[in-house]
Design a protein around this ligand. Structure first.
Ligand code: F6P
Length: 546
């Protein structure tokens, strides 16, 4: 049955009218009116803690949002996803990243394939290989142990392993340095090659399709670089692949025995749990990787079984829908207060924006309400000294997700308390703001002349009432990082269901890829194609230099 257009659904209409009242609420008052607000609007799940109380809503807002989730079929779609139904309708695929982190005894068959058996067979292959590299048994062609691992991949084949290896830096193997090359810009690969020794370097060519232009060019260049130092027969000790495309891997010259498989039901941006996580297993070992999977599985269990009103990904998603569709916020800032999470915002950008950056419904009709926000961010406290000014006093409403771990993995005195103090202070400042009366009293206490006070007050007022969530981890361990990523994956899923979009395809990236292929030909001497004057002019300028 065709679903009702979102903007005509009863709960959406009720929320739209409710939002006209909400425009007059200030969170300061909401907190003053309800001393239990924090207890009511915070929860634990899978080891994580979420405080969503600093958002502009009342209990009846939440009731309406939960009704919207039910009306849009979140529960049924959740069941369909976990069961392996082909919810990626434009590609006719199941969406089963949750199966990658399920325990050994999980039973799941899709199209006659024993998903669980396949997943655990590849995990065992990864374990055997990573143990040999880590213990020095797997050597380079001259018999020296591997010291550097270069992952060549882009998008989901780069951001996941790069972010997770960075985040779990303090768990890494002491001999192994991880490098990530994604950009087709040769400066990326060049810088890495300048820092590594061909005798002790292992390249992982990571590509779901094994056709992505950037990855293929980087892999061929790395291969040529290696062949200046070693011979063809030595390649097998220095190049392995992670892919769904055996033919492509073989054609590149990598022995299929050194290939780690995954499947078309793993989306690129959901692939960190698959063999795409091989750099993570190499860095932190099998046990660490298993803990990472188990942490995510803990969040899967919570998401699958908790009632919607006590379901962390659902609540995070609903607050996001409220901010996006009813309070008109166009973006979401991610502010991790943990230095090792410095690639987390970039990772979430792909997860959220490639999934929910859509403007037609699953049936192909134009959407009738805003979909995915622009996701961006940077670690705290650095971001406080860069763009928080706009978040506090600018004209846009930009909700913030603060993410912090209570325990650090360093033992430098004083730093952790200072970090957390900043994190909590920012969320308080965004919520409370500072009134004209408060500013005036502060300036009067400094004995400032009245005329000067009058001039300064408007500049020093903070409106406040700016929404934020705070997510706390006990510590940034493999397991808690797994739970954190899974939390956002399910949040994106719930929002996609509410907006009735397919969160699992990414046709929007295709046009640029096709045009780049034809422009590449023209830059390399083929006759100029049909272009607008700007593109034609740029190509002509570049041709003079190439
Ligand atoms: O172009 C987008 C995209 O397809 C992403 O979805 C994907 O993560 C990335 O490219 C890399 O794809 P592959 O792993 O097939 O090289």
């Amino acid at each position: 049955m065709k679903p009702t257009a979102l903007n005509l659904s009863p709960s959406f209409l009720a929320l739209a009218s409710h939002a006209t009242e909400a425009k007059d609420w200030h969170m300061r008052e909401l907190f003053a009116q309800d001393p239990q607000r924090f207890e009511k609007y915070s929860l634990d799940a899978a080891g994580l803690f979420l405080d969503f109380s600093k958002n502009r809503f009342k209990q009846n807002t939440l009731t309406l949002l939960l009704a919207l989730a039910r009306e849009r079929g979140v529960e049924a779609q959740r069941t369909a996803m976990f069961a392996g139904e082909k919810i990626n309708i434009t590609e006719g695929r199941a969406v089963l990243h949750t199966a990658l982190r399920a325990p050994h005894d999980a039973q799941l068959h899709v199209d006659g394939q024993d998903v669980s058996a396949d997943v655990h067979a590849v995990l065992a292959q990864m374990q055997g290989f990573s143990e040999r590299v880590r213990n020095g048994e797997w050597t380079g062609h001259t018999g020296r142990a591997i010291t550097d691992i270069v992952n060549i991949g882009i998008g989901g084949s780069d951001l996941g392993p790069a972010m997770v290896c960075g985040a779990l830096r303090s768990y890494r193997h002491a001999r192994l340095t991880m490098h990530f090359v994604a950009n087709v810009d040769g400066h990326d690969l060049d810088a890495v090659l300048a820092a590594v020794d061909p005798e002790t370097t292992l390249f992982i060519v990571a590509s779901k399709t094994f056709t992505t232009a950037e990855t293929m060019l980087n892999a061929h260049s790395a291969r040529s670089w290696f062949l200046r130092h070693g011979s063809e027969k030595d390649l097998a000790r220095h190049f392995v692949a992670v892919s769904t495309n055996t033919a492509g891997v073989t054609a590149f010259g990598i022995d299929p025995a050194n290939m780690f498989r995954f499947w078309d039901w793993v989306g690129g941006r959901y692939s960190i749990w698959s063999a795409i996580g091989l750099p993570v297993m190499l860095a932190i070992g099998y046990e660490g990787f298993r803990a990472f999977l188990d942490g995510a599985h803990g969040m899967d269990k919570h998401f699958r079984t908790a009632p919607l009103e006590k379901n962390m990904p659902v609540l995070l998603a609903l607050v996001g829908v409220w901010n996006r569709n009813f309070l008109d916020s166009g973006s979401l800032t991610i502010a991790p207060y943990h230095h090792d999470l410095r690639r987390f915002a970039a990772y979430l950008q792909q997860l959220d924006m490639e999934s929910n950056g859509k403007s037609v419904t699953r049936e192909g009709a134009p959407v009738t309400a805003a979909t995915g926000p622009v996701v961006w961010g940077e670690i705290g406290t650095n971001s406080q000294h860069a763009y928080f000014q706009l978040l506090h006093q600018g004209t846009d409403l930009v909700p913030v997700d603060f993410i912090a771990s209570l325990q650090p993995t360093h033992d430098l005195p004083g730093h952790q308390a200072s970090l957390l103090a900043n994190c909590f202070a920012q969320s308080e400042a965004f919520m409370r703001g500072k009134t004209a009366a408060e500013v005036r009293a502060e300036l009067q206490a400094q004995a400032m002349p009245a005329a000067q006070i009058d001039a300064l007050v408007p500049h020093k007022v903070f409106a406040g009432n700016r929404p934020s969530n705070t997510i706390l981890l006990p510590a940034l361990t493999p397991s808690m990082l797994g739970a954190l990523i899974a939390l956002y994956e399910h949040k994106v899923f719930v929002q996609g269901v509410i907006w009735d979009i397919n969160s699992y395809d990414q046709w929007g990236v295709e046009l640029g890829k096709v045009l780049a292929q034809s422009i590449l030909g023209e830059l390399q001497g083929k006759p100029a194609g049909e272009h607008d004057s700007s593109t034609r002019g740029l190509i002509a300028l570049a041709r003079q230099r190439l």
